[in-house]
Write a protein that binds this ligand. Structure first.
Ligand SMILES: Cc1cc2nc3c(=O)[nH]c(=O)nc-3n(C[C@H](O)[C@H](O)[C@H](O)COP(=O)(O)OP(=O)(O)OC[C@H]3O[C@@H](n4cnc5c(N)ncnc54)[C@H](O)[C@@H]3O)c2cc1C
Length: 497
């Protein structure tokens, strides 16, 4: 490929790649590219396809396009690949993730891709009992739903109803449901309040909403939730709430031994200097027979463009001609959620010896949703808390030391005093990331999908849309990112042929 790259830039990139393969990262969060991607120097003048964004979706699209003989260039704003997936190397050894981590059954695209790249999975630890905290009282349980008498009846009813609604939704066109407008006008919080017996039900429900959407049930429409559940499956298995929310057999079934970021890192290694880092796209001009993609490292002409960055960030690009109004309304109505992950590291997963799984749910405090995040080797032990939505609004704004104390106290309430003394504490707030702007997903406000949803995958001239939010299965997950990248690549190949 005629990239016109200087030897210095290429060698610079390769040197960083070598550091990545020997595990020498520049800091605990793997920000080093660890690939042969270029980080400076001019870009090629002309390619068949420019892909915007080196997350899992963009890299998948580029990988498929390259395999079919297209000249492709991925332009990425950051100095690393992976976007919302980011490995963290523990001081005591082993890898955990700051962003996307879990995979499960029916997520067959990410599982197949990881397998092709030699990135193996291991089962999330689920032996023993989970912990449940309510009104300062701690109890233990097995299974998915805590056996809280004030909630059990509601939980069973809500689960059955939402699964029923999800089964009626077309995963590629939720807006076409006869009651789409009605369901999109009601928030899940309102809907739950109308039919539940206990007010405790909605505080427990936030344990699903905050990590899944970085938001609370009051910001999620019933139509979006029903569709999100419908997408928690594949072409052969209808989506269910259980698969979307469970550990064993569900979306949190397994993790990657080398950390999820190894998937995009290995894709980027295959693509070599077809990935250009530190190249944020500022402007896209469609003129004559070309799309002109303006980046901080120069302008590239392409026959087609795949945009695979988080939906709200598309609006930061200067478009000529400007984006159609309906797409602008859609994107403006899909802000990113608010989410951080907080991990405490211990010599060993001491809770396992006490017969505890390391999973916990709480109605209060900083640690509403907790998982055992210990690496595959079984040590060191790691506890993970998702701090999202209104919990993030409370704790995300605290000074780090105060938040750390609140998180460790939450862990101690669940697993004992030993949890107050980690050998490492690490946290990652995705709202602070310039090129992600929140997480885990872009969440459509109530009313947005039924009104502007049909725009989500509609090409704009020579521009096609990827990114997990455009997927029809496992939207919002790594699997959705792969599916969306594959679909966008197919669209482009169709046009190039
Ligand atoms: C805390 C957290 C936990 C999560 N947990 C899970 C989980 O357990 N399991 C799971 O499956 N998923 C999880 N997810 C979601 C998962 O990480 C995402 O669905 C997936 O990684 C999205 O991939 P993507 O390629 O669509 O987008 P991204 O990963 O967001 O990639 C987009 C890329 O575009 C780049 N970019 C943005 N703007 C520009 C520009 N103007 N020019 C050039 N480049 C640009 C960005 O830098 C980024 O690299 C989680 C996410 C977060 C944040």
């Amino acid at each position: 490929m005629g990239t016109g790259l200087g030897r210095r830039q290429l060698l610079g990139g390769l040197a960083i790649g070598a550091a990545g393969t020997t595990g020498l990262a520049s800091g605990p969060w793997t920000s080093a590219p660890a690939t042969a991607a270029t980080t400076s120097g001019p870009l090629p003048d002309r390619v068949d396809v420019v892909v915007v964004g080196a997350g899992i979706s963009g890299l998948t699209a580029a990988r498929v396009l390259r395999a079919r003989g297209a000249k492709v260039l991925v332009v990425e704003a950051r100095d690393r690949v992976g976007g919302r997936v980011l490995n963290h190397h523990l001081r005591a050894g082993g890898v955990i993730e700051a962003g996307g981590a879990f995979v499960g059954p029916t997520q067959d695209r990410i599982l197949r891709l990881a397998d092709e790249l030699g990135v193996r999975t291991f089962k999330e630890y689920v032996e023993g009992e989970n912990v449940y905290v309510k009104n300062g009282r701690r109890s233990t349980y097995t299974g998915t739903v805590p056996p809280d008498p004030s909630i059990l009846v509601d939980a069973a009813l809500l689960q059955e109803r939402i699964n029923g609604m999800a089964s009626e939704i077309a995963v590629d066109a939720p807006w076409s449901h006869p009651r789409a407008a009605e369901w999109d006008a009601v928030t899940v919080k309102e809907w739950v309040a109308r039919q539940t017996l206990s007010t405790d039900t909605d505080t427990l429900l936030e344990c699903y909403f905050q990590p899944s959407f970085g938001s609370d049930a009051g910001n999620v429409s019933v139509l979006f939730l029903a569709w999100f559940i419908a997408t928690a499956g594949n072409e052969r298995h209808v989506g269910t709430f259980e698969r979307s929310s469970s550990t064993a057999g569900g979306a949190q079934d397994s993790r990657f031994k080398l950390g999820s970021q190894m998937v995009p890192i290995r894709m980027a290694r295959e693509l070599g200097d077809r990935v250009a880092l530190r190249a944020p796209v500022r402007r896209i001009v469609q003129r004559d027979a070309w799309a002109h993609v303006h980046t901080d490292r120069g302008t590239v002409r392409a026959k087609r463009v795949v945009v695979a960055c988080p939906p709200p960030l598309v609006l930061d690009i200067d478009w000529s001609p400007q984006l159609p109004a309906r797409r602008r309304h859609l994107l403006a109505g899909m802000p990113m959620g608010n989410l951080m992950k907080c991990d405490a590291v211990y010599e060993t997963p001491f809770w396992r010896k006490a017969g505890l799984s390391g999973s916990g749910l709480s109605h209060e405090g900083a640690t509403r949703v907790v998982f055992d995040n210990t690496p595959a080797s079984g040590a060191p032990g790691v506890l993970l808390a998702f701090v999202g939505g209104s919990t993030w609004r409370t704790y995300g704004r605290l000074p780090r030391a105060e938040r750390k104390r609140a998180v460790l106290e939450g862990f101690a309430e669940m697993f004992g005093e030993q949890a107050l003394h980690p050998i490492e504490y690490t946290e990652h707030d995705w709202t602070l990331e310039r090129w992600t702007a929140g997480g885990p997903i872009a969440l459509p406000r109530p009313g947005v999908i039924s009104t502007h949803g049909p725009e989500i995958r509609r090409p704009f001239g020579r521009v096609h849309w990827a990114g997990t939010e455009t997927s029809t299965y496992w939207s919002g997950f790594m699997d959705g990112a792969v599916r969306a990248g594959e679909r966008a690549a197919r669209e482009v190949l169709d046009k190039l042929s």
